[in-house]
Design a binder for this molecule. Structure first.
Ligand code: KIV
Ligand code: ZN
Length: 551
């Protein structure tokens, strides 16, 4: 048993490694909102993205750096000057910027991926750290695949990186291959064999391919690591990263074994933030997930229930209140009479802080929903709020959908979309009501999508529960995922599909920003748009409220 008292720094990479989860999708507005909630949760560092990856990533990191106060804001870069400069530019506005550079060091990566010898790797790492210091004094270096790197070479790289000016050295178990005793011993080896190790912080970044990410991270702090990289709900590449909520609660609950390891995380926000991240990424949390799963505090056997009634600690090692878990299966929070302030308070409790315009929209949707559903649960509210957080840059909005379908009828859909000030309307037939609605959207937008996956799930309980549709759509080579919910599943499908179209357009525009048009080209473009308008029947400026009522 250890008796050390130590503050462990929590480095959250939900928005970088977590966003790399297959199936996860976040738009700009959602990333910024999550970053604000991570700051409120009390993490020490937010890795906000990989700025060179796309203009969208750059913009998200930049806005987070500009607006999120409290934690350090970090961006990731390969050991390549262009990456580093772009990353430096993105994190520059932060109160506390951090630049994270990485380069693989293991024999397998050196030989097959990088085709470089040890000395070349060492040279590139040092040069990149020195270059990164031109942009920021707070530099993190990760020897990628460290756990499979020869320990003597790893020690040499860590020493050189600290000498070159890295302030944090992160030891990744990139492929989740390590086991706890081995990983702990590796950290201990570095403390014994790197002469300047006390000049930097040793951090760890464990993947969960063998389900050992949290155990490996804890073994590392027991052996001297001062920081842990992790994600909400354990999101991340492949099987994910170490789950932040599990790390924090393990250290809090088992101080008797792990030593007095403290963090700045406000544990009562763990469940609300977990729900919010799950809702926005579209990545569901398994019911039996530790700490934040729906069953984490549910006692089903009679013996257990009896024990808990007599003394909670018989079967509960953490109280639900400690992690902000209010009610199994979702809380009934509001009625129609709760008003806008009640809605705002309930959303804010769940970690959703909407701006005034978004709140107005959310309130309208809430009243609409309260007309259709008897009880409104937390999850309903999260959905309403996340729908309001659509990017301001969304090109198309669904204003009206009518479908007719049934035995012996030809499924037909009529769709009205808003595009800026234009209203576009058309109708089409399909193999079913969803197919008809999506075909009509294709006609209106002029963009053909191919549905790869359509998954439907109930958001809460009861026959009147909202249905959430998750879609994966291919537009040529681009595959886009999105989700949407409604009490009408055809409408949810149409909204999710339109959201895919909007994301496609935003991605394409951020990759090829529009060039300024000459006056002649503008006239030509207007004429072309005019031709289109005939086909699509353009109606100008309808009264916004009247259009909404019809919906
Ligand atoms: O898993 C990994 O090695 C990484 C690095 C970039 C830290 O994500
Ligand atoms: Zn990783």
């Amino acid at each position: 048993m250890s008796t050390r008292k130590k503050r462990i720094s929590i480095f959250d990479t939900t928005l970088r490694d977590g966003e790399q989860s297959p199936g996860a999708s976040l738009d700009h507005r959602e990333k910024v909102e999550i970053a604000h909630q991570l700051a409120a949760l009390g993490v020490d560092v937010i890795e906000a993205g990989f700025p060179i990856a796309s203009p969208g990533d750059f913009n998200a990191v930049r806005e987070i750096a500009e607006t999120v106060k409290g934690p350090e804001i970090c961006g990731l870069a390969r050991c390549v000057n262009a990456d580093i400069a772009r990353c430096g530019e993105a994190v520059a506005p932060a109160e506390k910027p951090r630049l994270h550079v990485f380069l693989a060091t293991s024999a397998i990566h050196r030989k097959f991926k990088l085709r470089k010898a040890r000395n070349e790797i060492l040279k590139q790492a040092v040069a990149s750290i020195k270059y990164a210091r031109r942009f920021c004094s707070n530099i993190e270096f990760s020897p990628e695949d460290a756990s499979r790197t020869e320990p003597d070479f790893l020690a040499q790289v860590v020493e050189a990186a600290i000498d070159a000016g890295a302030t944090t050295i992160n030891i990744p178990d990139t492929v989740g291959y390590a086991v706890p005793a081995e990983f702990g011993a590796l950290i201990s080896y570095l403390f014994e064999n790197v002469p300047n190790i006390d000049d930097g912080v040793i951090s760890v970044h464990c993947h969960n391919d063998l389900g050992l990410a949290v155990a490996n991270s804890l073994a590392a702090v027991e052996n001297g690591a001062g920081a842990i990289e992790c994600t909400i709900n354990g999101l991340g590449e492949r099987a994910g990263n170490a789950a932040l909520e599990e790390i924090v609660m393990a250290m809090k609950t088992r101080a008797d074994q792990l030593g007095d390891l403290t963090t700045g995380v406000k544990t009562e926000k763990l469940v609300p933030v977990s729900h919010m991240v799950s809702r926005l990424t579209g990545m569901q949390v398994q019911r039996n997930k530790a700490i934040v799963g729906a069953n984490a505090f549910a006692h089903s056997s009679g013996v257990h229930q009896d024990g808990v009634i007599k003394k909670r600690a018989t079967y509960e090692i953490i109280t639900p209140e400690d992690v902000g878990c209010r009610h199994e299966g979702g809380e009934i929070v509001l009625s129609k009479l709760s008003g806008k302030h009640g809605l705002k308070r309930a959303l804010s409790r769940m970690g959703m802080d909407l701006n005034d315009d978004e709140l107005v929209g959310a309130y309208e949707s809430f009243i609409d929903l309260a007309d259709k559903k008897k009880v409104i649960y937390d999850d309903d509210l999260l959905l309403i709020a996340s729908e309001q957080m659509v990017d301001a840059s969304s090109v198309y909005k669904l204003e009206h959908l009518h479908v007719s379908a049934g035995t012996g009828t030809v499924p037909t859909a009529t769709v009205r979309l808003r595009k800026g000030e234009d209203v576009l309307q058309d109708a089409a037939c399909g193999d079913g009501p969803v197919d008809a609605a999506l075909k009509t959207i294709d006609r209106l937008t002029g963009i053909q999508g191919r549905l790869l996956d359509f998954a439907l799930q109930a958001v809460t309980v009861g026959k009147d529960a909202m249905g959430e549709v998750h879609l994966s759509v291919a537009f040529g080579k681009d595959v886009v995922n999105a989700k949407a919910a409604s009490t009408d599943i055809v409408e949810a499908g149409a909204k999710a599909y339109l959201s895919c179209v909007n994301r496609l357009l935003t991605n394409r525009e951020s990759q090829n920003p529009p060039k300024r048009k000459s006056a002649r080209k503008k006239t030509k473009a207007k004429k072309a748009a005019g031709k289109n308008a005939v086909r699509k029947k353009t109606v100008r400026k309808p009264a916004k409220k009247a259009a909404r009522r019809k919906k």
